[in-house]
Design a protein around this ligand. Structure first.
Ligand SMILES: NC(=O)N[C@@H](CC(=O)O)C(=O)O
Ligand SMILES: [Zn+2]
Ligand SMILES: [Zn+2]
Length: 428
């Protein structure tokens, strides 16, 4: 099917301009004012915003292993609903993609079962948490997109050092969940006044920063592309800023929830406010926003982490870490940062699309250009709506943002010129 998207608005030199987009044979055939075509289905966008498809370097699809929480299909539908056309899928799965056969299997399944494009992370060590390194060249050859032990930090310095050398040798990014277990002391939320008030054990900033400091030194020594997952503290931002100045090949991501909330927004001991890293202080949150704006933080990634409703209805002491994010990222960020003029729309789209694509070498994502695959997200920036659990395609309804009023509803998502999400369209 070919489409002529009429009456859209596109970012041209960072400003919205009325334009049409013609999609032929899965590619962008033309962009311009008053396009005409005889063989394409015309869709009138009534002034909606046409964005390059969003790119999320960090999601959890839970399949295989915990398909009651999510599947490749539902997680990809959730991503499509959020305007994402590419996601990086983390390897905390059972069986673990720590060998070539399993990565090959995942690549085939992702392609067959997802409605969008998926990059599959392989683990860094066997069984994800064991000490023995995976076979980096074999995993790359089998289709791994990058390496990560997300969910756990690498506790041993030499293991990380050798992993970085191996990732450098195969020229793929190593994405680190930085968390020093010895400093954790069973914490479940950010250490500070709020944790004291709620009587809950705290997670201090050094749980993240101590391991990050070690890794930055190792990254400098090895020259690896070291990508820091879900940066959460002011000290992390400052260390990464200095490391970049010193020429270290470090990049990093921040989540929407760490930009939007701090621990003082936690109303009570509720499982939907529990995630790793935890919501930090207002000082940390402001440092994350400043870090994005000055380029220290490279991109935004959701860390979409679906869990069962029963599990998350427990106290933070028992609930698993993580919240869903694919379906709310754009609208929450647009409403709270673009409409309030803290970010421009062009900045937000850069952090959600072009920049992450560039970082992980996905040359065909993140840009609206003739000849590129038609991976597009179309958002309605004018109509206000409410986030509801029912509207989520994800099996996980675990987000503290239910009932928020937002702008920026997804109207269509196209991958390779095919509609994979349509507002009010397909059934779940
Ligand atoms: N972020 C989370 O709180 N949880 C993630 C793991 C992770 O991203 O570290 C999960 O897999 O549930
Ligand atoms: Zn993590
Ligand atoms: Zn994660």
């Amino acid at each position: 099917m070919n489409y002529l998207l009429k009456n859209g608005q596109l970012l041209v030199d960072e400003r919205l301009q009325a334009q049409d987009v013609l999609v032929v044979d899965g590619k962008i055939a033309a962009i311009g004012a008053d396009l005409e075509a005889t063989t394409a289905t015309v869709i009138d966008l009534h002034g909606d915003f046409i964005s390059p498809g969003l790119v999320d370097l960090h999601v959890h699809l839970r399949d295989p292993g915990q398909t009651y929480k999510e599947t490749i299909k539902t997680g990809s539908q959730a991503a499509a609903h959020g305007g994402f056309t590419f996601v990086g899928a983390m390897p905390n799965l059972t069986p673990v993609p720590d060998n070539a056969a399993q990565i090959q299997k995942m690549v085939v399944r992702n392609q067959a079962e997802a409605v969008i494009r998926i990059g599959q992370y392989a683990t860094i060590t066997e069984q994800r948490t064991a000490g023995k390194l995976v076979d980096f060249p074999a995993l790359k050859a089998a289709g791994a997109f990058a390496f990560s032990n997300d969910g756990s930090g690498i506790q041993d310095a030499d293991t990380m050092y050798q992993a970085m050398r191996a990732a450098k040798a195969v020229n793929l990014p190593l994405a680190a969940h930085v968390e020093d277990d010895s400093l954790l002391h069973g914490g479940v939320m950010n250490a500070g006044a709020k944790a004291d008030e709620l009587g809950l054990p705290g997670i201090s900033n050094v749980v993240e920063t101590a391991q990050l400091a070690r890794d930055l030194v190792l990254a400098q020594a090895t020259g690896v592309h070291y990508h820091v997952c879900h940066v959460s503290t002011a000290e992390s931002v400052q260390m990464i800023r200095l490391a970049k100045q010193a020429g270290v090949q470090v990049t990093c991501e921040v989540t929407p929830h760490h930009l939007l909330l701090s621990d003082r927004d936690i109303p009570a001991d509720q499982g939907n406010y529990k995630m790793n890293p935890p919501l930090r202080s207002e000082h940390d949150r402001q440092a994350l926003i400043a870090g994005l704006i000055d380029g220290t933080i490279d991109c935004i990634a959701t860390d979409h982490a679906p869990h069962g409703t029963d599990e998350k209805q427990q106290s933070m002491r028992q609930a698993p870490f993580g919240i869903v994010g694919s379906e709310t990222a754009f609208s929450l960020l647009f409403t709270n940062f673009v409409k309030t003029r803290i970010f421009t729309l062009a900045q937000l789209i850069n952090w959600l699309s072009y920049r992450p694509a560039q970082l992980f070498n996905l040359p065909t994502s993140g840009q609206l250009k003739s000849g590129q695959p038609a991976d597009l997200a179309i958002f309605d920036l004018k109509h206000r709506y409410q986030i509801t659990a029912d509207s989520l395609y994800s099996k996980g309804k675990n987000t503290p943002f239910i009932d928020n009023q937002v702008y920026g509803e997804t109207v269509y998502t196209l991958v390779a010129g095919q509609i994979v999400y349509q507002r009010g369209g397909t059934t779940k």
